[in-house]
Structure formats: structure tokens, C-alpha cells
Design a binder for this molecule. Structure first.
Ligand code: UDP
Length: 447
């Protein structure tokens, strides 16, 4: 562990204010700290991590001038402003750090891909730089194909081709493309953003070789720089809570009282939003399924409402004792609980990896960005989940019964359990992620 080379190397990790990005960055910090490196987490004031949960890190706060994330229509503008606001501050803080430290300290920057201002800072200060990708590898070829599809008039996706396969991206259909439900204006902005010249010296990917080998091979050819796939970080890291919202841990004692694999856990992540009608369909679908459920409804996730106050009292009466609705769950603990038999998810990559790591079969209902690709891979390629075709109560009941009930559900569960074992094997001595982590450590030390 703590040899001199590692002690003289300081890693500055640039985290982004999204829950799904902050979590793997903090996990990566813990993993690299356990390998003997000293770690600074540079983070925005918006959605900052709780330093008391991570006494092993030093923290650098960047004042981003934002009060909230605008993940809707002006997302790319938000990213641009975020990057502009943080650039000079990081550079000044790093210069200060270098001047204050002894001459032997060498810094490597590891940045979240959406905090791309870090590239310019690294270039200006002549520091090595590595990017952390917290999405699936399978998403990236689809994302990289967007400019060509756009030029061919196939993106944004027209209704007439939504169900057709995209040539060269099989088994993705047009409706599985990232950002497929986004407006034409935003699509053009996303494409312009993706065309920026990115020059990290290596990529860290939160995935496993056995799961995404063919996508990783494609990406290796595309980027022509080392790619270290060291996931699943959620299992590798010994990290306390990384949640921005308070986790309601009372749900664990409620789960303790349920029968093994009887509960469907429902959580649609930190960004998805819906209207009251859609939430009501979920509510009545869960009620009509007659299955026990644990349902996270994030405050503010229903447009025009604070929480679930608009649901009729007959809903809560009908599901009393069988259903629990909460604002934010300790998700890793929930997925590891014996009572959980299925996970209705938006297929964010962290949630997908957390579910895979626990062998929990999934019900897939993507909302935005990379989630469409993840959903397709989970249901069609890895076959550890079922796709929900529409957000309608009867369709929900049918899928829940298929997932938790009959022979089909048992087969999916068995595949999920097999996948869990393979995912764990990656982290053991000699496993692909174990080896890539050691390669990453060597790479950091030699650059
Ligand atoms: N999460 C949680 N409690 C909840 C819902 C989500 O702790 O009630 C965590 C979840 O474990 C995951 C993260 O929030 O690590 C969500 O990231 P993901 O990539 O799945 O989706 P995103 O939020 O980016 O859409």
C-alpha cells in the first residue's frame, strides 16, 4: 500500500452535482484512498457531499452560483454555465495547493465527464488527467452515433421508425436511443457538446468486462487510450451514505416483517419527473397487483405537487399494511434485503449495477438520457429484467405478476443470481476489475 510513490501522488477528483455521478466519484475516491493515495474532492456548492461521512478526504468547494439542477429543457445551458463558473476557481485553488505543498507533490486530476472544464485546467497547469465515466459502456456507442443519425434525418426520432432496429446498434431500436424524447433544439445542443475535443489520457469505467465486453472493445478502438473497467464501484468501495436526501431507514424494519422475495421495490432515481396522472397510474397499478411494495416518491418529482397529497385516501386505505411510500430509501440496503423480490427502476446506471450486484430482477421504465439503452440491455441482452411497455395500471399489474410470480419470473431471477456471482468474481483476486484497478494504480503512478 503506502509506498513513497503513492504518498507523493495526490489525486484531485472533480465531482459533479448529480446524485448518479457524485456517488460513483466518492466510491472511486474511497477505492483509490484504500490503495494509498491522498484524495481531494473538488465539488460544487450545489449538492455538496457531507464531509463528516468521508474524514479520509480533503474537500475543495467551488461556488457554482446555482440553487438547483435544471435537468429539463435547458440542461445543456446548465452544463455550460456550470463549467464556466467552476473553471477559474479550480485553477486558482490548484495553483495555491501546489505552491503551499512541498515540491515533491504531484497531482493527477480525475474528473466526472460532465465537468469537462477540468481538461482546460489540466492543460494550463500541465497535469495528467483521467476521466470517470459513470454511465454504461453500452450507452456510449449509441451516444456517439447521434451526430450521424441526426445528419441522416433519423434523430430526433420520428414516430414511424420508433420500433425499428437502428442499423449498427442492434439490438437497440430507435426508441432506445439516448435522449430520444428530447426536443430538436436540445438534441442539436447535445450533439454540439459531444463534438468537443476531449483529451484525457485514460478512462475509468464503472462497469465489468464480462457484462460489456463488446461495447468496451468498440470504445477502445474509438478512443485509442487505456480504458480501466473497475466496476461495480458500489461493491468495491467501503463508502458510507452518499445520498443528498435523508435516507428513511425505518423501511428496513418494515421489510424485516415481509416474506422472502415478496416485495417490489420502486424507485425512479434522482432526476425523473412525472405528472399527477402518471403517478396515479403507478399507485393503482401497485394497489391492483396485490403485491407488497416499497415505493420511493422523491419530493418534487411530481409536477405541480409537493409529494403524494393528491392521491385519494382510498389508495392508502387499500394498500395499508402491504405498501409503504417513502421519500428516499437506503437503496443499497433495500436491494440487499431478503424480502425484496424485484426492482421497478428507471434504469439509471448506478441503480442497474446495484441491482445486478444483489441479483434482483428488474422491471424497466426509463425516463431520460442513457436510461433507454440500459433498459434495453437489461431486458433484451442480459435478460435480467422485463420492459414495461406503457405506464398504465393494467400493464403494470401484468408485469409485476410476470416478474414476481410464474416460471418466467423464476428464470429471470436465476439469470440475475448468476449475474450477481459473475459481478462479484470480477472483484476477487485475478478478476477483471481487480486486475484493471491494479493497472489503473500503475498508470496513475507512471504519469
Ligand atoms: N438512491 C437512493 N435512494 C433512493 C433512490 C435512489 O439511495 O431512494 C440512489 C441509488 O442507490 C443510486 C442513485 O441514488 O446510487 C441514483 O443513481 P442512478 O444512476 O441510478 O440514477 P439517477 O439518479 O442518476 O437518475
Amino acid at each position: 500500500m503506502g509506498d513513497e510513490r503513492k504518498q507523493s501522488k495526490h489525486l484531485v477528483l472533480i465531482a459533479s452535482p448529480f446524485q448518479g455521478h457524485m456517488t460513483p466519484m466518492l466510491q472511486l475516491g474511497s477505492v483509490l484512498h484504500s490503495k494509498g493515495f491522498s484524495i481531494t474532492i473538488a465539488h460544487t456548492k450545489l449538492n455538496s457531499p457531507d464531509p463528516s461521512n468521508h474524514p479520509e478526504f480533503e474537500f475543495l468547494e467551488l461556488f457554482d452560483n446555482f440553487l438547483a439542477i435544471d435537468a429539463s429543457a435547458h440542461f445543456t445551458k446548465f452544463l455550460e454555465l456550470l463549467n464556466n463558473n467552476c473553471k477559474k476557481q479550480l485553477q486558482d485553488l490548484l495553483i495555491q495547493k501546489i505552491q503551499q505543498s512541498n515540491k515533491m507533490m504531484m497531482i493527477t486530476i480525475i474528473y466526472d465527464n460532465i465537468m469537462y472544464f477540468a481538461e482546460e485546467v489540466a492543460r494550463n497547469l500541465n497535469l495528467p488527467i483521467i476521466v470517470l465515466r459513470s454511465c454504461s459502456a453500452s450507452y456510449m456507442p449509441a451516444f456517439l452515433a447521434l451526430p450521424k443519425l441526426h445528419a441522416q434525418g433519423q434523430f430526433p426520432v420520428q414516430d414511424s421508425i420508433r420500433d425499428k432496429f437502428v442499423p449498427e446498434l442492434y439490438p437497440l431500436r430507435y426508441k432506445d436511443l439516448p435522449f430520444n424524447n428530447t426536443s430538436s433544439e436540445v438534441v442539436q445542443e447535445i450533439i454540439a457538446l459531444s463534438g468537443r475535443n476531449r483529451i484525457p489520457s485514460a478512462i475509468i469505467w464503472n462497469t465489468m468486462d464480462f457484462l460489456e465486453n463488446s461495447s468496451l472493445t468498440k470504445l477502445q478502438k474509438h478512443y485509442k487510450i487505456p480504458i480501466f473497467s473497475i466496476g461495480p464501484l458500489n461493491e468495491l468501495a467501503q463508502c458510507p451514505s452518499t445520498s443528498f436526501l435523508k435516507e428513511d431507514t425505518d423501511c428496513i424494519s418494515w421489510l424485516d416483517k415481509q416474506a422472502p422475495r415478496s416485495v417490489i421495490y420502486v424507485s425512479l432515481g434522482s432526476l425523473a419527473t412525472m405528472d399527477e396522472k402518471e403517478l396515479a397510474e403507478i399507485a393503482w397499478g401497485l394497489a391492483d397487483s396485490n403485491q407488497a411494495f416499497l415505493w420511493v416518491v422523491r419530493p418534487g418529482s411530481v409536477k405541480g405537487s409537493d409529494w403524494i397529497e393528491f392521491l385519494p385516501s382510498s389508495f392508502l386505505e387499500e394498500v395499508r399494511g402491504r405498501g409503504l411510500v417513502l421519500k428516499w430509501a437506503p437503496q443499497k440496503q433495500v436491494l440487499a434485503h431478503f424480502a425484496v423480490g424485484g426492482f421497478w427502476s428507471h434504469c439509471g446506471w448506478n441503480s442497474s449495477l446495484e441491482s445486478i450486484s444483489q441479483g434482483v430482477p428488474m422491471m424497466c421504465w426509463p425516463f431520460l438520457g442513457d436510461q433507454y439503452v440500459n433498459s434495453r440491455y437489461l431486458s433484451c441482452v442480459w435478460q435480467v429484467g422485463l420492459e414495461l411497455e406503457c405506464l398504465e395500471r393494467n400493464a403494470i399489474v401484468i408485469i409485476i405478476r410476470r416478474l414476481l410470480g410464474d416460471d418466467e419470473g423464476k428464470e429471470i431471477r436465476q439469470r440475475a443470481i448468476n449475474m450477481k456471482e459473475k459481478a462479484n468474481c470480477c472483484l476477487w483476486k485475478g478478476g477483471s476489475s481487480f486486475n484493471d484497478l491494479n493497472n489503473l494504480v500503475e498508470f496513475i503512478l507512471s504519469n
